[in-house]
Design a protein around this ligand. Structure first.
Ligand code: HPA
Length: 215
């Protein structure tokens, strides 16, 4: 639903390159294809990566339109962009995943959001392939597995970012509430409309983060 443009320029006097939209695994692209832009950005000199998504909220404390900082993830996509021969000049065969989301970035994002009066949650994002939304039983299972938010993206890009040694900040807009015993039917229009109304808040957090980050 995004424009698909690649935007390059200065944000808060810092050089940034940004994708208006991304490729999804459920569209039929390979893991290597959907993560190729991350390799291009890294090759162009990007050392830090900010990833965002729309996600379903599994934590009963969450409300539609909230923002969650991703502090860990669970890969349930059944695939991995690093499968195949490893190019040792890009990164290690077995990348460490003990802290994929940069600790200092998490703290800084919380701090700049607070200064703008924006409350952020922190939690684990679980990625599935989609394109189906999840069943009630699946939501129960994902919550029990330890996730606070669920979506169909982000984890492949983060894996490749970690492989390349990038520092990563991840943010989810909670576009719908996935409580199994109170589940309402969901359409993509609902997701887009919530994401759109939270966008100014997300923009403010990212703008302040970029201005304050030491990279
Ligand atoms: N699952 C449930 N709700 C969602 C998702 C998802 O993958 N993405 C955005 N809202």
């Amino acid at each position: 639903s995004h424009s698909g443009d690649l935007v390059y320029g200065l944000l808060e006097k810092r050089p940034v390159i940004a994708m208006e939209g991304r490729l999804h695994y459920y569209e039929g692209y390979s893991m290597q294809e959907i993560t190729f832009p991350i390799r291009v950005m890294s090759a162009l000199g990007a050392k830090s990566l900010v990833v965002s998504n729309a996600a379903g909220g599994l934590d009963p404390q969450f409300q539609c339109g909230d923002i969650m900082l991703i502090d860990d993830h669970i890969n349930l996509m059944g695939d991995n962009p690093l499968i195949g021969p490893n190019d040792d000049s890009m990164g290690p065969r077995f990348p460490d995943m003990s802290q994929p989301y940069d600790k200092a970035f998490l703290e800084l994002a919380e701090k700049v959001a607070l200064s703008a009066g924006i409350r952020l949650h922190r939690g684990t994002y679980v990625a599935l392939t989609g394109p189906c939304l999840e069943t009630r039983a699946e939501y129960r299972y994902l919550r029990a597995a330890g996730a606070e938010a669920v979506g169909m993206s982000t984890v492949p890009e983060v894996i490749v970012g970690v492989h390349l040694g990038m520092r990563i900040l991840g943010l989810s807009i909670i576009t719908d509430i996935c409580i199994p015993d109170a589940l309402e039917p969901l359409t993509v229009e609902d997701v887009i409309s919530t994401a759109k109304s939270t966008e100014p808040m997300m923009t403010e957090v990212v703008r302040r983060f970029v201005a304050a980050a030491r990279v």
